[in-house]
Design a protein around this ligand. Structure first.
Ligand SMILES: Cc1ncc(COP(=O)(O)O)c(C=O)c1O
Length: 425
């Protein structure tokens, strides 16, 4: 439940209000939702409102804003009309009710957890997580009295085993970074709801273009906007989307923060106020293994058909033959691919998680998260496919200077074409 109210920025379109019964398509939402024309200047592009505060019409108006009785902005730390467009747009893309944008994906995860958990409570998470999320869950939140229990696997049964009366949420990444596992959202939501807790899903890797977790029962969706949602590797951001569907009132015992009067808002009770409201180089002898849900023999292939329309995203992991040393040589030899820890850029990117994003984990934790020492994660950009293939090919050669050169290119080309065709569906 996102605790605030704000004003609209001009007339704005939502996925719901265009033609009754005919929601806008995602491509259109991405361009138009949340903003139309700013009424005073008629500006067509979203204005950047660089202001800290907003004037009140009267003392009464100011008081109504502070009591959350009137819609409107008062102070930009709380809400800002430019951010509001982003929030409405992402909420519409995800099929949610409302959203809250923050400075980074990490901040979004922290808020999402702190919003539902209190001292002495716990969150149950699947083990395949982005490294800093693991750090937040394994080290930071426990320091604040919130325990995160990591399930052995991402199966509903493994998650259910850890839920008890102190559990406040189930957490997963829809597509694990970098493990590439696809979580069975419907099954996890069913388990969570049976125990009276919400399912929180980090949808950063999939994006709402591939998968809308709320359509499959998730209650809260979190994003690092820094990745595919931003798309250019230039800007950091995070967002939390509320489906508006979780019955907080029904589970008042677990979520007293939404059900008891909040002294900081003059005794307001939130539930009453807001209502319930790679084919990469697969058979290439220079490569030991490739993990990609697009492969028919992947354990996640069926879920990729179910949740992603068969388009298994542009993130994949693989192990270079020869282990860590060969992987290192491969990594250092990349020319077009940038060596960094980001993903979801227009540029092709490569990451060695064990030495960077997942460095803080123990070897056992790395193994459970799908991050061995040899693992390389690729985020495929939108450069010409032949250039992407050529760079991988020469880097694989460099990694295996004693191995013979192979025809990896065909496999990768086939992956890229399928992905491209899929994205135009
Ligand atoms: C799946 C996932 N969630 C959250 C984050 C954290 O986002 P940010 O870097 O914007 O804080 C990342 C960062 O890579 C990520 O990959």
């Amino acid at each position: 439940m996102l605790r605030r109210r704000r004003a609209s920025t001009g007339r704005h379109l939502t996925s719901r209000d265009e033609r009754p019964g005919e929601p806008m398509k995602r491509e259109t939402i991405a361009i138009h939702s949340g903003y139309d024309v700013e009424p005073t200047t008629k500006a067509v592009a979203v204005p950047i409102y660089q202001t800290v505060a907003y004037a009140f019409d009267s003392a009464e108006h100011g008081a109504a804003l502070f009591n959350l009785e009137a819609e409107g902005h008062r102070y930009s730390r709380i809400s800002n009309p430019t951010n509001a467009v982003l929030e409405r747009r992402v909420a519409a893309l995800e099929g949610g009710l409302e959203a809250l944008s923050v400075s980074s994906g990490q901040a979004a995860l922290n808020y999402a957890a702190l919003n539902v958990a209190e001292l002495g409570s716990n969150i149950v998470s699947v083990p395949q997580l982005y490294g800093t999320t693991h750090t937040l869950f394994a080290h930071v939140l426990p320091g604040q009295g919130i325990n995160v229990r990591f399930a052995e696997t991402d199966t509903p049964a493994a998650v259910e085993k850890l839920i008890d009366e102190r559990t406040r949420a189930v957490f997963c990444e829809s597509i694990g970074n970098p493990a590439g596992n696809i979580c069975d959202i419907e099954a996890l939501a069913e388990v969570a709801h049976r125990h009276g807790v919400p399912l929180i899903v980090d949808n950063t890797v999939a994006t709402p273009i591939l998968l809308r977790p709320i359509d499959h029962g998730a209650d809260i969706v979190v994003h690092s906007l820094t990745k595919f949602m931003g798309g250019h590797g230039t800007t950091m951001g995070g967002i939390i989307v509320d489906s508006g569907k979780f019955p907080w009132k029904k589970h008042a015992q677990r979520f007293p923060m939404f059900n008891r009067p909040d002294a900081s808002y003059h005794g307001l009770v939130y539930v009453d106020h807001f209502g319930e409201a790679a084919y990469i180089v697969r058979d290439d002898p220079r490569v030991d293994w490739v993990r990609y849900a697009g492969f028919p023999d992947s354990p996640y292939h069926a879920l990729a058909q179910k949740y992603l329309g068969g388009r298994a995203c542009s993130l994949l992991t693989f192990g270079v033959k020869g282990g860590f040393a060969a992987g290192h040589r491969f990594y250092d030899a990349l020319r077009l691919f940038k060596r960094l820890v980001n993903m979801g850029d227009a540029k092709s990117l490569a990451c060695h998680p064990a030495s960077t994003t997942h460095r803080q984990m123990s070897a056992e934790e790395q193994r459970k998260a799908g991050v061995g020492p040899e693992v390389i994660r690729l985020s495929i950009g939108i450069e010409h496919i032949d250039d992407i293939i050529a760079d991988l090919d020469q880097a694989l050669d460099a990694g295996q200077s004693t191995h013979r050169r192979m025809t990896a290119a065909d496999w990768f080309r086939s992956f890229a074409r399928k992905r491209h065709a899929g994205s135009r569906r």
